[in-house]
Design a protein around this ligand. Structure first.
Ligand code: PLP
Length: 398
């Protein structure tokens, strides 16, 4: 038979989406499942944003827009970049896309020639290596350690750079770890990037979800040399509970923005016109609903962290951003559960879903096989119930 695309065949299906689907299936069978797999806020999109979309429909704002997004939205993003991130990106340096994933696809399409290497620190959000491969690049995984709070060290970056390296991916606040890079850490990485003349893909999708005293810092804000080598990527999905609306954006040099917008003009044309209007309201309108969601996430985060710290065989570092807790379960592996040996985190996840109705994300596909990810984008009540069940499971281990 005719051979299909090797590039497409090499792509793994998203395991997080599979876990969500499994939990849904069990729920449909009437099981009381607690799903810690969620990658999206459990809140509704704020009403003022929904109203702006409805108004856009009534206004007939239902036609093609410029392929890289409306000027109105680019101006709103430009203002946000300035006031929130301390970054100067003029509207013609901004490309609006169909979600953060699409922005990342555009970025790697614009940067990569066949065989170019992209350094991805592990643990990583599972889509990065797949998107890089689809763009013809070679993902180079650099493993971090728990002692480093799972953050890429400048010296390890330096060691991983070859003459094929095109870019490094930096995700802060981080999925799956919930960690934030400090200014000092980012400056050290920026120095290596400038010295080695590579690009940084700064994925700041969770920038609004930062807890405690530490602030979110954008690596491109440190000066012209690093600014010129950074593509900053973010979106509306996580900050404004707008996952289904599909709006992401990038700030980059004009040259890269122009390339991405040409690519996008052939592949998808503009992002949904109605969602673009809604995004303008999200960025320019009142931010009180964002503050409310933030406060609720923070409450859950603290509760979860304390509970997990008190459980046997597992440990975690206090997460300071996004809505995930990254749990080290290496001491669970090799233990016996009612006569079954727990060989890996998939087995652990299987027992948890089948015997305890709890869905968790094993992190092998995130480049960290002895950890699991728990999301707190579910109600405190659900979290409490789910953690009770996990604790019962852990107490069964021998
Ligand atoms: N970047 C990170 C780190 C993410 O976790 C996600 C979503 O899970 C995205 C980007 C993409 O977000 P979206 O495509 O929904 O805008």
């Amino acid at each position: 038979s005719l051979e299909l695309s090797r590039k497409a065949a090499a792509v793994k299906p998203s395991s997080t989406l599979a876990i969500t689907a499994k939990a849904k299936e069990l729920r449909a069978q009437g099981k009381d499942v607690v799903g810690f797999g969620a990658g999206e806020p459990d809140f509704n999109t704020p009403e003022n944003i929904c109203d702006a979309a409805i108004q856009a429909i009534h206004d007939g704002f239902t036609k093609y827009t410029p392929a890289s997004g409306t000027n109105e939205l680019k101006e709103a993003v430009s203002r946000k970049f300035k006031s929130f991130n301390g970054l100067d990106y003029a509207p013609d340096q901004i490309v609006i896309s169909n979600g953060g994933k699409h922005s990342l696809t555009n970025i790697f399409t614009a940067l990569i020639n066949p065989g170019d290497e992209v350094i991805i620190p592990a643990p990583f959000w599972l889509s990065y290596p797949e998107i890089v491969k689809l763009a013809g690049g070679v993902p180079v995984i650099v493993k971090t350690t728990k002692e480093q709070s799972y953050k890429l060290q400048a010296e390890d970056l330096k060691k991983a750079i070859t003459d094929k390296t095109k870019a490094v991916v930096l995700n802060t606040p981080n999925n799956p770890t919930g960690m934030l890079y400090t200014e000092q850490e980012l400056r050290a990485i920026a120095d290596v990037v400038v010295e080695s003349d590579i690009y940084v893909v700064a994925d700041e999708m969770y920038e609004n979800l930062v807890y405690g005293d530490q602030k979110h810092i954008s690596i491109a804000s440190f000066g012209k040399e690093i600014y010129d080598r950074t593509i900053t990527c973010s979106g509306l999905a996580k900050s404004y509970a707008m996952t289904g609306w599909r709006i992401g954006y990038t700030g980059s040099s004009k040259e890269i923005a122009k390339m991405m917008s040409s690519v996008q003009s052939h592949q998808t044309s503009n992002p949904n016109s109605i969602a673009q209007r809604a995004a303008v309201e999200a960025l320019n309108g009142p931010q009180d609903s964002v503050a409310k969601m933030h406060a609720e996430f923070d409450k859950r985060r603290q509760y979860m962290y304390q509970r997990i710290c008190a459980m046997p065989y597992v440990s975690t570092i206090e997460p300071m951003g996004a809505f995930y807790v990254f749990v080290d379960v290496s001491d669970v592996l090799g233990k016996d559960y009612k006569g079954t040996k727990i060989e890996d985190t998939s087995k652990m996840a299987e027992i948890l879903i089948e015997e305890y109705n709890v869905a968790v994300v094993p992190c092998a596909d995130f480049g960290f096989a002895d950890h699991i990810r728990l999301s707190y984008a579910i109600s405190l009540e659900q979290i409490e119930k789910g953690l009770d069940r996990i604790e019962t499971f852990l107490k069964e281990l021998k």
